[in-house]
Design a protein around this ligand. Sequence first.
Ligand SMILES: Cc1cc2nc3c(=O)[nH]c(=O)nc-3n(C[C@H](O)[C@H](O)[C@H](O)COP(=O)(O)O)c2cc1C
Length: 454
Amino acid sequence: MKLTVLNGSPKGEFSVTMQYVKYIQKKFPEHELKIINISERIKKIERNETYFNEIIDEIKNSDGLLWAFPLYVFLVASQYKRFIELITERNVQDAFKNKYTGVLTTSIHFYDHAAHNYMNAICDDLDMNYLGSYSADMIDLFEETERIKLSIFARNFFEDIRSHAITTKTYRPLVEREFNYKPSPTTIKVDNENKRVAVVTDSLDSDSNLSNMIEKFQNIFTDDISVYNLNDVDIKGGCLGCIQCGFDNVCMYQDKDGFFDFYEKLKDYDAIIFAGSMKDRYLSSKWKQFFDRGFYKGHTPSFEGKQMGFIISGSLNQNSNLREILEAYTQFQEANLVEIVTDEYGESDELDDHIQNFAREIIRSATSNYIKPSTFLGVAGTLIFRDAIFGRLRFPFIADHKYYKKHGLYNFPQKDYKIRVRNKMMILLTKLPGMKTEITKRTKKEMIKPFENI
Ligand SMILES: Cc1cc2nc3c(=O)[nH]c(=O)nc-3n(C[C@H](O)[C@H](O)[C@H](O)COP(=O)(O)O)c2cc1C
């Protein structure tokens, strides 16, 4: 069989993910895996329609399609996202329809599930036959047991294509709402209380719901707030994954475009609101570029202590994966997610009230420096990064290591000597006759005892 592999790594042939594809090729020489470097060549793909059409023809003429990509900031890289957008923009969905497909990623398992959910939904939207996904850790291939697992995935993938296996859809098509938001003039203003608020958007249409929501939001405050458009920022391209930033948080683009200055400027604000329209199952690739380029800060937060919120135009209620990504992003940033306002419910006057309330909440939280506790989304993510930066990623992420040390992030339980002594004593005690029953009897009371003094 002949399969097309769409390589999502901006590193092209130097991609770790492609080593996994090459391993599959080595194990199954009877099938041809044709790799196309999508992210690395995105500028040519966008500019040169003939080249784009050649890729689409290649897909059309193949027996199956493998989306193979590295995780980039909760999703695919911005360049890959742009390619996905081009499929609908250039109306070539037919090449994908009913095609057998699957996903192969490499990552350190930080939100790999979110990227897989995203791609599954994209494949469902394209009416493809989705056979499943495989999430390899970037170092898995060095382990025999992992190589066996990968081979089984590939074997099943090929077999399912050959036998025309039955597939089911996981995601329903998104239903968009016909609604034109017409904001009313604001009568009750919200006092900024000297808090600086910035809105960042990618809106290109000044009369869209998104632009109108931003305008409404802007007009609610007694003092001016700043509104920035990503399209006005000189951004030369997406993150290339070179990891030069690992040493000292200096991006290879630093003196070449305006992203660094823009991103750093956002730190001057007490509240940062991200505003965008849903594009397929995420925001735009422009927004993705913003998040990816922020990776020059490595695995450390850029906006800790800030109030954050999102103004989204689109059916977010049908896209819990995106909502989770936005929540997780905020928690990773150690910021406070005030709210996500969307235009999917209610009439214009209700949305007016919603935006008014949002503005009030931002100032209220900012004046009390409120950062709500993280949920599993933030807590689990922190632990993945802690272990990775302490160990295998300390080099080349030297700047992260320094940050983690300085901020006490290496909070391994092994260091908690008080707990270790207590555990030893209690475990020894349970070995004495009758003690287990005695301890069980007292556990509930003893557990709440330390709270008595608080
Ligand atoms: C900009 C950037 C963002 C990343 N984001 C994530 C992420 O969100 N989750 C994760 O588990 N790994 C993340 N990684 C790690 C890569 O997914 C991992 O190193 C992958 O194996 C790289 O594959 P490649 O060499 O094919 O590009 C990121 C790496 C880079 C450079």
